[in-house]
Write a protein that binds this ligand. Structure first.
Ligand SMILES: Cc1cc2nc3c(=O)[nH]c(=O)nc-3n(C[C@H](O)[C@H](O)[C@H](O)COP(=O)(O)OP(=O)(O)OC[C@H]3O[C@@H](n4cnc5c(N)ncnc54)[C@H](O)[C@@H]3O)c2cc1C
Length: 161
C-alpha cells in the first residue's frame, strides 16, 4: 500500500519512524494496524502489563485515522434505542454508555499523554437539512435526553452564527 497524504500529515509534526519487521517477533498479542483502534488496544494492553506488538503495513495513522475530519462526536450509526434493541438488555446499555463517554476518553488521553493535536472541546451541532432529517434528529435528542445527556433541539433562530 502507498502512504496517503492529508491535511494532518502535511501539517503535523512527523511521527516516529520504524524499521520494517525483519525476522520473528513473539508477543502475547499481535495487533494488525496502527490506527486509533490498534494503537488504543496496544496502549491499554501495555498499561495492563501485557506484551503487545503492533504491525502496520504503511505508516502509523495512515488510513482512516489519518484522513478523517477530526470531529470527536459521541455517536455511532445507530441511536441508543436501536443499539439496545440490536445488542440486548446487557450489552446494549453498555454500548450506549461507551458511545456517550467516547469523547471523555479521547480528551482524557490527549490530556494525560500531552498529545499536541490542538484539541478543543466546544460541543457539537448536527444540522437538519430536510424535514425528514429534523424528525430523525428530534428522535435522537429525545433518546439521549432520556438517558440524561446534555442535548437539546435548537430552533433556527437559536443557532449560533
Ligand atoms: C474521510 C473520513 C472522515 C472521517 N471523519 C471522522 C470524524 O470526523 N470523526 C470521527 O470520529 N470519525 C471519523 N471517521 C471515522 C474514523 O476515522 C475511523 O472510524 C477510525 O479512524 C478507524 O480507526 P481504525 O484504527 O479502526 O482504522 P484505520 O485508521 O483505517 O487503521 C487501520 C490500519 O491498519 C493498517 N492495515 C490494514 N491492513 C493491514 C495489514 N494487512 N497489515 C498491517 N496493517 C494493515 C492500515 O494501513 C491502517 O493504518 C472518518 C473516516 C473517514 C474515512
Amino acid at each position: 500500500m502507498t502512504a496517503m497524504r492529508s491535511l494532518w500529515s502535511a501539517t503535523a509534526a512527523p511521527g516516529p519512524s520504524f524499521q520494517q519487521l525483519a525476522g520473528d517477533v513473539r508477543a502475547e498479542v499481535a495487533i494488525i494496524g496502527a490506527g486509533y483502534t490498534g494503537l488504543a488496544a496496544a496502549l491499554y494492553l501495555g498499561c495492563a502489563g501485557r506484551d503487545a506488538v503492533v504491525l502496520e503495513a504503511v505508516e502509523v495513522g495512515d488510513r482512516a485515522s489519518g484522513l478523517n475530519g477530526g470531529q470527536v462526536i459521541p455517536g455511532v450509526k445507530h441511536d441508543p434505542d436501536a443499539l439496545e434493541e440490536i445488542f440486548g438488555p446487557v450489552a446494549g446499555p453498555r454500548l450506549v454508555d461507551t458511545v456517550a463517554s467516547g469523547p471523555d476518553v479521547v480528551f482524557e488521553l490527549i490530556r494525560k499523554y500531552e498529545i499536541a493535536c490542538a484539541a478543543t472541546r466546544t460541543g457539537w451541532i448536527q444540522p437538519a437539512t430536510s424535514g425528514a432529517a429534523l424528525e430523525a434528529i428530534a428522535a435522537r435528542v429525545e433518546q439521549w435526553r432520556r438517558r440524561g445527556a446534555d442535548v437539546e433541539l435548537l430552533s433556527a433562530p437559536r443557532q449560533p452564527d
